[in-house]
Design a protein. Structure first.
Lengths: 180, 85
């Protein structure tokens, strides 16, 4: 089993960052994310929490060995999230659907206002990578390879979010400047 | 971004546009009324049929507990094992 952990501070307020999270895809930064579908969505009438379930289809170049073992390079991920606008939290949890008999990747993400600076947002990400079943003997190699790939994806994912943020800001600027 | 099934893409785009507008202008301001429900229902009907066709419905249902989702599909199965062909 391998653990991945990362934190990052976005220099924008939580509301803006949480909006950027929904506008992250499609992005030139993350071409491996091909489709993002909303499966279910509801607002809790009592708490006001927005619950969303998404299906993400990922397709990326993988080493020949991995393709051989897994039988392809297209995979599906299920993601469940809760946004609490009062507490200002966005929590997402995801798990791969495809190949899960061989390898599971469970990811947990949170966005909260920075404890010392409400104009910034703290992003935390953790993931558990676990090879199993037929891959048991190759577990360490497969987990290392997947960890590296996860690390690369996490990096471009942050760049994708930064890009979504800059688009939102450009739009706001344009709205301010546009004649009423 | 295209939908998994190109038939659903226009409905998905309509919903996505509605959602991002509603999220920033209403939801984050404390308004709980879901304005995009109608657009979502149309998109969802199309999408569910596509997921069923691709045999993904069962896999999604099985993974729900691992991500903490309490959602369920109304129509449950993939339809592959029942009935005659």
């Amino acid at each position: 089993m391998r653990l991945f952990e990362a934190t990052h501070v976005f220099k924008y307020d939580w509301a803006t960052v949480s909006l950027a999270n929904w506008r992250k895809y499609p992005s030139e930064k993350t071409p491996h994310v091909r489709h993002v579908e909303v499966l279910n969505q509801e607002v809790d009438p009592v708490t006001g929490v927005l619950r969303t379930e998404r299906l993400i289809m990922v397709c990326q170049n993988v080493p020949a060995l991995v393709r051989k073992v897994f039988g392809g390079d297209t995979s599906y991920v299920l993601e469940y999230s809760e946004v609490d606008p009062n507490q200002q939290t966005l929590v997402m949890q995801s798990q791969n659907l495809t190949f899960s008999n061989l390898l599971t990747v469970g990811e947990h993400i949170t966005y909260r206002p920075h404890p010392e600076n409400a104009a910034h947002t703290t992003f935390t990400q953790s993931a558990q990578l676990k090879a199993s079943g037929a891959l048991f003997r190759l577990a360490n190699r497969i987990e290392d390879m997947c960890w590296n790939r996860f690390n690369d994806n996490a990096h471009v994912g942050r760049l994708g979010l930064e890009l979504a943020l800059s688009r939102i800001l450009a739009e706001r600027q344009a709205m301010v400047q546009a004649p009423q | 971004m295209e939908s998994i099934d190109s038939k659903c893409t226009p409905l998905k785009h309509e919903f996505d546009a509605c959602f991002t507008r509603w999220y920033s202008e209403k939801f984050l301001q404390g308004d709980k009324t879901n304005e995009c429900e109608e657009a979502f229902k149309k998109y969802q009907t199309c999408l569910r049929a596509a997921l069923k066709e691709k045999g993904l419905t069962k896999m999604i249902g099985e993974a729900r507990p691992t991500v903490g989702s309490a959602f369920a599909d109304d129509d449950g199965d993939d339809g592959g094992s029942k009935g005659s062909k």
